[in-house]
Ligand binder design. Structure first.
Ligand code: NAD
Length: 417
């Protein structure tokens, strides 16, 4: 079974659990099990050396009962239809948890950005955008960045879409550069949203965040910014982090910016001065107060879950915990704050960016933070209350809450014609 298939099975399994708790109509369950539309395109690109290569591009639109499709674009070698479908489903439920007026989608191109030049990445992005042009749009489907895509990628998407349409349309994508009407506060929104959730959780257990020991898997946008906010604004200690090359442990904690500088200089966090080298498994099983998986899906397996020594897991990545691992963590009484709540900050500020673009207005950073905080805190309490009501772990509580909201919308809309 491919990683994508395993991931999709996990998501379908969780959806079934939520459907069972809700006594969901089997027809509505069937609607939610499948994406509304799957588009696969072959993206031909003239490479820098003159050769021609064809990349597979995907856009999956899962559900739009509550608004236009919304979801990021991922560039990664193993991207496939199953993985993108699982991610699109999670987007539908994520947007419902924080009550954003969106459905769920996701996209990707199977490629290895580390071995592509900027020129090649631009060609891939422009051709992929042109090939999904008919199914995206400001009121139809709004892409954003995800793993190994960024503000530059979104700028190329906006330009390609605008050129084809003949109208400047920045609101077709979010996560753009500030000079192209990106939102202030978008770059660290996912992490800041996760930190609001951690703060609220620590309030419920009556513990301070100061000096909390934090371990983070993945030192990209989500991982680095979570480390930075937790350390600089709440006094937490970042004791272990990793990237695709390996992990490091610093007993007394390290400054997130110093680790970033080292990564930028050497290409990885490993060999950070004064650190001990960790394998991926060692990192995930390091004793700590907060473990944040912020790399890719399926990283906490059942073998790792048996050995996790964190007091709390907060999912920065999408789908980092397998269903089997989830059961073990529940039995071991290690709470997991699920992706569709904890990493919803990114899409929340993407929504704020889209609204600013549609109104041709700009929010201040303080306004963005206040709106993000309100959405995250409300989502946190809605999920906590649902989990209490149904006596479930937080993941199931979040899904029950989200599925109920989406199912009600589908019911009211009815089936056309
Ligand atoms: P990114 O490309 O900025 O960073 C990914 C990081 O993961 C890199 O440091 C990379 O080296 C590391 N990584 C890759 N494989 C690894 C491995 N096997 N072990 C350890 N580290 C590994 O991506 P990102 O935007 O930070 O996204 C990370 C996760 O968060 C993804 O699951 C993404 O879907 C999710 N997410 C991102 C956002 C966002 O706004 N960026 C929003 C919601 C969810």
């Amino acid at each position: 079974m491919s990683g994508g298939e395993a991931f999709l099975n996990n998501v379908l399994y969780m959806l079934k659990n939520a459907a069972d708790y809700l006594n969901l109509d089997s027809g509505i369950h069937d609607v939610l099990k499948k994406p509304k539309r799957v588009v696969v395109v072959s993206v031909p690109v003239k490479m820098d050396d003159g050769s021609l290569r064809v990349f597979t591009g995907i856009r999956v639109q899962h559900n739009n009962a509550r608004g236009p499709y919304k979801g990021g674009i991922r560039y990664y070698p193993s991207v496939d239809v199953e993985e993108v479908t699982a991610l699109a489903m999670l987007m539908t439920f994520k947007c419902a948890v924080t009550d954003l007026p969106y459905g769920g989608a996701k996209g990707g191109v199977a490629c290895d950005p580390k071995n592509l030049s900027k020129n090649e990445l631009e060609k891939i992005t422009r051709r992929y955008t042109a090939m999904i042009y008919e199914i995206i749009g400001p009121y139809l489907d709004i892409p954003g960045p995800d793993v190994y895509t960024d503000a530059q990628t979104m700028a190329w998407m906006v330009d390609t879409y605008s050129m084809m349409r003949g109208v400047f349309t920045p609101e077709v994508a979010t996560g753009k550069p500030i000079s192209l009407y990106g939102s202030l506060g978008r770059h660290d929104a996912t992490s800041r949203g996760a930190v609001y959730i951690i703060r609220e959780y620590f309030k419920t257990i009556n513990k301070p965040l100061k000096d909390a020991r934090v371990v983070i898997q993945g030192y990209g946008n989500v991982g680095y910014n979570a480390a930075k906010i937790l350390h600089e604004e709440y006094g937490a200690k970042i004791v272990a982090v990793s990237d695709s090359k390996g992990g490091i442990y610093v007993a007394d904690g390290a400054h997130p910016d110093k680790i970033l500088e080292h990564k930028q200089k050497t290409g990885s966090v490993i060999n950070f001065p004064g650190s001990k080298l960790l394998t991926n498994e060692e990192l995930l099983t390091t004793p700590c107060d907060i473990l944040i998986p912020a790399a890719l899906e399926n990283s906490i397996t059942k073998e790792i879950a048996e050995k996790v020594e964190a007091k709390l897991i907060v999912e920065g990545a999408n789908g980092p915990t397998t269903s089997e691992a989830d059961k073990i963590l529940f039995e071991r009484k290690i709470p997991v704050i699920p992706d569709i709540l904890s990493n919803a900050g990114g899409v929340t500020v993407s929504y704020l960016e889209w609204v600013q673009n549609l109104k041709r207005e700009t929010l201040t950073l303080e306004e963005v933070h206040a709106k993000l905080e309100a959405k995250m805190v409300k989502g946190f309490h809605d999920v906590m209350n649902t989990s209490k009501k149904y006596e479930t772990p937080l993941r199931l509580g979040a899904l029950i809450f989200a599925v109920d909201r989406v199912a009600e919308a589908i019911n009211y809309l009815g089936i056309w014609p």
